[in-house]
Write a protein that binds this ligand. Structure first.
Ligand SMILES: [Zn+2]
Length: 373
């Protein structure tokens, strides 16, 4: 029965029910709500535990991974006896033990552009607990197209971030904060930068709190704000985030029209640093010689208009898939953007599509202009 609370539920949730502003009405609202968690790792673990205990009626979990011993230092959903087994089986077992009154839906798969819209369509809120950029961009884009609020959390060593992205309610999307996927070498996401286990516990719990506020429509929602927790300084600071009118997703002239785009389709791999790249001064030498290949600029048209490298061809990153058949496979392709981030994605995308002579211009046009005599 989802239209009432049983005596056992009223007792279980009594410490919620006695809070003015929540009451049995608010608790019933939580029972009638649904949340999708992308990932049951460091952030997803505490978030899932608290959301289940709080009585969110339907919780969806997406995770393809199995439990590894090195997870247990922070991924507190899982325990010793689940090592080598599915994280979702482990999560289901633990969450059902905490609260048998809720419905758990498990999606034991990677969250991909092919399945994202379908999986997420049926939930009220999406909680981002993933650990890599392609999935994070995908989660953002999916939430945007489905007009679902996205409760964002991220961690790095001693610092955590919390935000709420919901352009349909006002405020920016994740791409307004991070317009470009970071250069593969720039962020040590694969190379285990390390994290103090309590940190995702704190940020994941904050995500659960914001989710509940959102569902109950209480308090102030952190739209247009990013909260940064610094564990070493014992400080929280909140910075304003504006919606970027030139955002490729939620801006005035968007160029991203589906969840399948270069940021979300890129394979998350640690081998990206083996990508061939050249410096801008090497590019100068190449272009001064008898260069037979092509130089692609993957920025947006308005950026291209302001400054460009002579002889470059404009193919905005998002339109690259449409140009696969017209690009030469027997000649060298050099790719640049503003600073090297978008072009690295482009190079990776071309390599994945069978191009072999592709190189990234590191530093992009920023480095090129800075060197200009
Ligand atoms: Zn945006």
């Amino acid at each position: 029965m989802t239209d009432s609370l049983s005596p056992a539920e009223l007792l279980r949730y009594s410490r919620h029910v006695m809070i003015p502003g929540i009451g049995s009405e608010g608790q019933l609202r939580l029972k009638q709500s649904s949340v999708l968690l992308i990932g049951t790792g460091g952030l997803g673990s505490p978030a899932a535990l608290y959301l289940a205990a709080a009585g969110i009626g339907r919780i969806g979990l997406v995770d393809p991974d199995i439990v590894d011993r090195s997870n247990l230092q922070r991924q507190i959903l899982h325990g010793e006896s689940w090592i080598g087994k599915s994280k979702l089986d482990s999560a289901r077992h633990r969450l059902a033990e905490i609260n048998p009154h809720i419905l758990l839906e498990t999606h034991p798969t990677r969250f991909t552009p092919e399945n994202a819209m379908e999986i997420a369509a049926d939930y009220d809120v999406i909680l981002d607990g993933c650990d890599n950029f392609p999935t994070r961009f995908l989660t953002n884009d999916t939430a945007f197209f489905l007009k679902k609020p996205l409760v964002y959390g991220a961690i790095h060593r001693f610092e955590g971030q919390l935000g709420l992205f919901a352009p349909h309610l006002g405020g920016p999307c994740y791409r307004c904060l991070l317009p470009e996927m970071p250069d593969p070498g720039a962020v040590p996401s694969c190379a285990e930068a390390g994290v103090l286990g309590v940190l995702p516990g704190i940020i994941g719990s904050l995500q659960a709190m914001e989710t509940i506020k959102l569902l109950l429509d209480i308090g102030n929602l952190p739209l247009g704000k990013l909260t940064i927790y610094d564990a070493l300084r014992t400080s929280f600071r909140t910075i304003g985030l504006r919606r970027d009118p030139s955002c490729r997703l939620c801006g005035e002239n968007p160029s991203i029209h589906s969840v399948s785009n270069p940021e979300t389709t890129t394979t998350h791999s640690c081998s990206s640093d083996s990508m061939d790249s050249i410096t801008t001064s090497e590019l100068r030498t190449i272009l001064a010689g008898s260069f037979q290949g092509i130089l692609i600029d993957v920025r947006e048209p308005d950026e291209y208009e302001i400054s460009r490298i002579e002889c470059s061809r404009l193919i905005p990153l998002n339109t690259l898939p449409e140009h696969l058949t017209s690009l030469p496979r027997d000649r060298e392709i050099l790719v640049h953007c503003k600073a090297g981030g978008r072009s690295a994605r482009a190079v990776q995308f071309l390599l994945e599509n069978g191009f072999t002579q592709v190189k990234n211009v590191s530093g992009g046009i920023d480095a090129w202009l800075a060197e200009e005599p």
